[in-house]
Design a protein around this ligand. Structure first.
Ligand SMILES: [Zn+2]
Length: 267
């Protein structure tokens, strides 16, 4: 009678070597004799098997991409009034607004293939659809897979302020670096953020943050909206006003909006 040990025993020996057809590495061929004494031949290229396994694991870039998308979703805040904004729902009332719509559609169609000006500055009074068109551009590009983000300057300031909390997981630099990674940033309502005046008349912190962000986006597609004039910039940000405005206008096409405030018009 065979002992348990003998029954369980399987014998494995290397009987051959092969070169992998795919990666040309050498691997062993084993012969296994099972409990019944039958022989089985095995052997596979472990280099290729390991690569197959790697392919099924999420790639580092994909993980980073996922994290970045989440960061955008967690920090983006699009106001309800323009949440459903689209080119199709923009109703131009004047020739100027029709032209603005045409330019914005053109911006999307030539995105990432700009000859010269890669940014837009929407200037004009409130209620003419600047934010509506900016959000429409953003949505079209997001549909195409671009990394895009809509931020009001107020949201931007609040986001930066939240980093002052010692439990914050990100720093001001982290935020500015992430904003730099976006294919498109919409910075809505520049000038509307609350700026507390300091002893010299201007709050340097807010204007410095704004300058840093705009400066870092200079070579990158950015859409700004504002109802401020050059004079308003100086009045609001002091000396920094001119620098902020000049960075905004660098490589930007200015689209001026005129007409009546639709909200007042429909009142
Ligand atoms: Zn192989």
């Amino acid at each position: 009678m065979q002992s348990i040990k003998q029954v369980m025993k399987e014998i494995v020996v290397v009987v051959d070597k092969k070169t992998c057809d795919v990666c040309q590495s050498e691997y062993n061929i084993y012969e296994r004799t099972d409990r019944e004494g039958e022989k089985h031949v095995h052997g596979m290229c472990m280099t290729c098997e390991n690569n197959k396994l790697k392919d099924t694991l999420p790639k580092k870039e994909d993980v980073e991409d996922y994290k970045f998308n989440n960061w955008i979703i967690n920090h983006e805040h699009i106001e309800k009034s323009i949440d459903q904004a689209a080119f199709e729902s923009y109703q131009p009332q004047t020739d100027n607004q029709r032209e603005a719509l045409r330019l914005c559609k053109g911006y999307v169609s030539k995105f990432n293939n700009f000859s010269k000006k890669h940014s837009l500055v929407f200037k004009g009074d409130v209620g003419l659809g600047k934010s509506h068109l900016a959000a429409s551009i953003l949505k079209k590009l997001r549909e195409q897979g671009y990394k895009v983000m809509f931020l009001t300057t107020t949201d931007l300031m609040n986001m930066i302020k939240s980093t002052f909390n010692k439990n914050s997981s990100q720093t001001q630099d982290d935020i500015i670096k992430r904003l730099e990674l976006l294919d498109l940033l919409v910075l809505d309502d520049v000038g509307a953020e609350y700026v507390k005046r300091d002893a010299s008349g201007f709050e340097t912190w807010a204007s410095e943050v704004l300058f840093q962000v705009i400066n870092s986006r200079q070579a990158l597609p950015t859409v700004y909206t504002t109802n401020y004039s050059a004079g308003d910039f100086s009045e609001k940000y002091g000396k920094q006003g001119k620098r902020i405005l000049s960075r905004m206008l660098n490589s930007a096409e200015i689209i001026e909006f005129d007409g009546m405030d639709q909200r007042i018009n429909n009142f």
